[in-house]
Each structure stands twice: as C-alpha cells, then as structure tokens.
Design a protein around this ligand. Structure first.
Ligand SMILES: [Zn+2]
Length: 231
C-alpha cells in the first residue's frame, strides 16, 4: 500500500496530462520538490483547480509511490498571492523564483528550509519590496541553503578586498594577484551582493541598488549557478 502523506507546498509548475489530469510540481515543506499527478484536476466540478494554480500555497494529501508520480488525494488552498499576479514585474520575479526552486531544489529533500525561504520571499513579493532586489536576494540564499554559498566577503583565496573579479568556477570573488580575471567587480557591487545575502528580509525593502548593478549581479549569479550546480 502506498503511504498517505499530508504536507504544505508551493505550486511551482503545472502541466496538462491526458484528458483531464494535471501534473503539479510543488515545493513542499516535508520532502523538497515533488511531482504529483492530480487526476481529474481539470474537470470543472473538481474544487482542487484553484488550489493548484501556479504560485499558490496549498495543503495537500497524497499517496507516496516508490516509482512513478505520487498521486494527489486532496488539495486545499491555504494562500494565494493576488498582488504578485496583478503586477507584471512582481509576477515575472515570482515566476523566475519558482523556476529557480524547481531547477535547484532536489526531489524528496527532507529539509524544510527551501520551502520556508521560498514562502517568505513570496510573502515579501506580495508586499512592497522591489521585485528585482528580492529575486537576486532569493537566488543567493537558495544557493547558500543548498550548499553552494558564494564567497563574497573578499578574495576567496587570500581574503584581500582589492582588485576583485568574479570567478564563477572557483566559487566567488577572486583578486587579480590570486588569478582573478575579467572585469573588476567594484566594491559597491560586491557590498551590495553581501547585503543581498545577509540582510534580514524586512531590511531588503530599504536596500537601493541601481538597476545596472542588479543586472551585473544577476549575470554573476547565472554564471555561478552554471559553474557550481551540476543539474
Ligand atoms: Zn587573493
């Protein structure tokens, strides 16, 4: 018999399956990322539909199966995020955040931190914080929780704080003397990166980072992820 499990999860992606079914990717509190088959979820009379909308927080009860997809038995809506849906820049950030979680959080991970981090950032996006700032902060923190913490406090080899470049391969800032190549990362940019990683979530609302610096940081994050995360 398959085990019956109750959990909370954020809907990261939904995909139509067969005539009336949905395959739902969720970031759960108890088991990391899960893919669950919701049979008949697209039939009108099913009330699951709304609970399983993208980016919603749902309570789910499902049958755990050892192979193949788990099977949903019940789903109910715990929270939706209407402000994220109504504002294009918030929606883009929310979808991008969900995509990072979907790509990076392992299946069946018995660690609630990625779920809690993601939920706290959905809540922050639903508030007044700048979506681009929140998205970059989320990426740094998700990488860190999953064991890929970038070195941002100075050169990763000598600890120096001058002439720093970004070394995605080595895992953070690397000074020229230690072999750092490419464009120099200005102090204001790497201090902004440290702030994105460390500041309490509420304080991120007061963090002002120029748009071009955020774009630079986002590009460094993308390079870091590509070099460090083998998935
Ligand atoms: Zn160095």
């Amino acid at each position: 018999m398959a085990e019956l499990v109750r959990d909370r999860g954020l809907v990261l992606q939904t995909q139509d399956h067969a005539e009336t079914d949905l395959i739902v990717s969720l970031l759960t509190e108890g088991r990391g990322k899960l893919e669950i088959l919701a049979k008949g979820a697209r039939r009108l009379e099913r009330t699951w539909g709304a609970a399983l909308d993208l980016l919603n927080l749902a309570e789910i009860v499902y049958y755990r199966r050892r192979s193949g997809l788990h099977l949903l038995r019940e789903a109910s809506l715990l929270r939706s995020f209407p402000k994220i849906r109504q504002d294009l820049s918030r929606l883009e950030a929310g979808l991008s955040l969900a995509q990072w979680a979907k790509d990076l959080v392992p299946r069946e991970l018995p660690d609630p931190r990625p779920f809690r981090l993601t939920l706290s950032f959905f809540s922050a996006l639903e508030g007044n914080g700048a979506p681009e700032v929140l998205l970059c902060a989320y990426k740094f923190r998700l990488l860190t929780i999953l064991g890929y913490r970038p070195v941002l406090s100075g050169c990763l080899s000598c600890g120096g704080k001058e002439k720093l470049a970004w070394s995605a391969d080595r895992g953070g800032l690397l000074c020229r003397d230690c072999g750092g190549t490419g464009e120099e990362v200005p102090p204001r940019v790497w201090r902004a990166m440290e702030a994105l990683l460390r500041l309490p979530l509420a304080a991120l609302n007061h963090l002002h980072i120029p748009k071009e610096d955020l774009e630079t940081i986002d590009a460094m994050l993308a390079a870091f992820r590509a070099a460090q995360v083998a998935r």
